[in-house]
Write a protein that binds this ligand. Structure first.
Ligand code: GLC
Length: 417
């Protein structure tokens, strides 16, 4: 009852101040939606406005096409959009320049902010950052005397050994390694890690030169192809993040590639693998390769077609603020990580989620996808890349032919850029 009166009171106050209704799209991978809703509700309470949450597809690729449809029709249905780190160049013409609306931009990592600038336009504010990492079953590695793999070759051998022994002892659903193999943005992230780890570069360099036929690329793709149906189920060719986590978290895989969000969920009370999981850097491509982790992350932008630009920008500022990012990283136990460097030195963060401090170094060294140099063509580049990688993984093309063809396609896409 008390609660009811309280909300009536708030509603009255709000209408007196001329309450508005905004819509925001939030991701729903892992605990994302719930965290978003809590933050949004706090802002609504504080300002007396109403916010509708729109859930969007989990796949970054599908989410992008939904946004593109909405934005090209100048839809006013979405005011605030959660956008991927690789989209600013593609969506800039539909996004509000936040420069006149926001303060405190110097609190963010300068590189992240720079990534969000298209010309002079500030397309969004950075909300959380991501980097690819390796999850492993520490109990199983220990049981079979295996150490944490440092190279992909070691990972492949350990995965095979543990998988085979577990199956022999009756665990017949056991797999060695699960990852993101569906033809979508997630595969671009995984495959860039393989390629970069074999010193094969970043597909397109910062000068716009395409190089996807070098020995590193071929080695990387051949290796990943060798996993399918040996240490990874055939179904991996249709896995996004949540499908891989489903297999790993139910105890049916030794290794998994994912993002930080999976940690807290794997360690949850009801998780069958609670207390049995370790995390490490993704392996190097051979002893002369390097560790590589793709830089991911999500930003908040305001649609140019909003009826309430100032209010929408205020919501974005609130959600990306120091306090709100602090709440999110603590509540998710390091699942959704800050874009403000000072938070990695915050006493409460250090005390409650000390592992986030180690992640800081992973984030600092992660490999960006070539979205700045490709700009509005990034979507075409990534699509061509993940389709080509998928054709190698599924056995419909060999790596030499597929990469030659990809080289031609990407060169054509980048022509006159
Ligand atoms: C994560 C990353 C994002 C990436 C996506 C791919 O959500 O944060 O940058 O594009 O995964 O699936």
């Amino acid at each position: 009852m008390k609660h009811l009166f309280a909300s009536i009171g708030i509603a009255l106050l709000a209408s007196a101040a001329g309450a508005e209704t905004l819509s925001i799209s939030c991701g729903a991978v892992g605990a994302e939606f719930e965290l978003c809703k809590e933050g949004v509700d706090q802002w609504a309470l504080k300002t007396g406005n109403k916010v509708n949450l729109v859930s969007t597809p989990n796949s970054s690729t599908e989410r992008l096409s939904l946004y593109q449809q909405l934005l090209t029709s100048k839809s006013q249905d979405l005011d605030v959009l959660q956008i991927d780190v690789v989209w600013p160049g593609m969506l800039a013409s539909h996004l509000l320049d936040l420069t006149p609306y926001v303060k405190n931009t110097e609190q963010f990592f300068p590189g992240m902010l720079q990534n969000l600038k298209v010309g002079n336009q500030l397309t969004a504010l950075p909300w959380f950052t991501d980097a690819g990492m390796l999850y492993y079953r520490k109990d199983l590695l220990e049981k079979y005397g295996q150490s944490t793999p440092v190279t992909w070759e070691e990972l492949t051998a350990s995965a095979r050994l543990i998988q085979d022994k577990e199956r022999k002892s009756g665990h017949d659903q056991m797999w060695g390694y699960v990852w993101q193999g569906r033809a979508y943005e997630g595969l671009t992230c995984d495959a860039l890690e393989w390629v970069y780890s074999y010193n094969g570069g970043t597909l397109i360099d910062s000068a716009g030169k395409v190089d996807v036929t070098n020995a590193g690329v071929i080695k990387a793709l051949d290796m990943a192809k060798s996993w399918v149906k040996t240490i990874s189920p055939e179904g991996v060719l249709n896995y996004a993040e949540e499908e891989a986590r489903g297999v790993f978290q139910s105890g049916n895989a030794v290794f998994m590639r994912s993002w930080p969000y999976a940690w807290n969920l794997a360690q949850a009370e009801n998780s069958p693998i609670k207390g049995k999981v370790g995390i490490a850097a993704l392996p190097m491509g051979g002893t002369d390769g390097q560790h590589a982790s793709t830089l991911g992350g999500w930003q908040l932008a305001v649609s140019k077609y909003t009826r309430n630009p100032a209010l929408a920008a205020d919501l974005v500022q609130y959600l990306t603020s120091y306090e709100e990012q602090k709440r999110r990283v603590i509540k998710s136990a390091g699942g959704y990580n800050p874009t403000i460097p000072a938070l990695y030195q915050d006493d409460d963060v250090i005390e409650t989620v000390p592992q986030v401090i180690d992640l800081y170094y992973v984030f600092a060294n992660s490999v960006p996808r070539p979205s700045t140099v490709t700009g509005d063509r990034y979507g075409q580049v990534s699509n061509a890349f993940f389709n080509s990688v998928h054709s190698v993984l599924s056995g419909s093309a060999d790596s030499a032919a597929a990469t030659r063809d990809l080289q031609r396609k990407l060169t054509r896409i980048m022509k006159d850029k």
